[in-house]
Design a protein around this ligand. Structure first.
Ligand code: PGA
Length: 241
């Protein structure tokens, strides 16, 4: 199975000119580039090889929802993948599983691809693997309510341990999970999704402090179907390698 590498730029960069050069340098086959909404149009026009992704969406197609960007707007703007339920949105914007579920269902009904993020906090992680599994299963059950087997062909899940996010710099390993532990949780995610919606070939990515030093060991694992990359996606040379 082909692996995908998703660049999550988060609220970066500060200027449109930097966004354009970053997009040019990251435009590789197999990549999904997810810039902030304000740069979607220009980044979409810049990419020839990579797919365009978005970092969030509102669940309605259009209407009176001040400040939100709608599903039709993203679809008509060439977006193929949408990241939903990132831990930063759950934390800073109080996004609940109920909201996340509405977004997931709306995106899948529109036949677009969703990258649903789930992950354990440092406190849960300290309690051990069984606690992590319970935590993730609870999120998946709530976030995938009313998702059918048929819809699951466009479903990607990203396992992002929250304690591992944003800890790596270009010259250090940071606190990424070990590939072995990530594989254990990712296999469990595949089982849970299979039991819940009979989604057999669900693709599960790993995210959290991936950089040029540790990327190979994660990509080497068959069970990991791709990566969600934050910080390193803003370092164009590193990302394109
Ligand atoms: P990171 O971010 O690679 O900077 O840890 C990953 C993410 O939050 O998607």
């Amino acid at each position: 199975m082909k692996k995908i590498i998703v660049a999550n730029w988060k609220s970066n960069p500060e200027k449109i000119s930097t966004a354009i050069s970053l997009a040019r340098a990251s435009d590789k086959k197999g990549a999904v580039i997810a810039p902030p909404h304000i740069y979607l149009d220009i980044v979409g026009k810049t990419l020839n090889n990579a797919f365009l992704g978005a970092q969030d969406v509102f669940w309605e197609k259009y209407g009176p929802y001040t400040g939100e960007v709608s599903l039709s707007q993203l679809k008509n703007g060439g977006v193929k993948y949408i990241i939903i339920g990132h831990s930063e949105r759950r934390k800073y914007l109080n996004e609940t599983d109920e909201m996340i579920n509405k977004k997931v269902v709306a995106i899948l009904e529109e036949n677009m691809k969703v990258i649903l993020c789930v992950g354990d906090t440092a406190d849960v992680h300290k309690k051990g693997i069984s606690a992590v599994k319970r935590h993730i299963e609870k999120q998946l059950k709530a976030d995938l309510k009313n998702v059918s087997q048929k819809m699951s062909k466009n479903l990607y899940v990203a396992y992002e341990p929250i304690w591992a996010i944003s800890t790596s710099k270009s010259n250090s390993l940071g606190k990424a999970d070990t590939p072995e532990d990530a594989v254990r949780v990712i296999s469990y995610i595949k089982n849970v999704v299979d039991k819940k919606i009979h989604g057999k070939n669900i693709k599960v990515l790993y995210g959290g402090s991936i950089n040029i030093k540790n990327v190979k060991e994660f990509l080497f694992e068959d069970e990991i179907n791709g990566l969600l990359v934050g910080g390193a996606s803003l370092r164009p040379k590193e990302f394109s390698r």
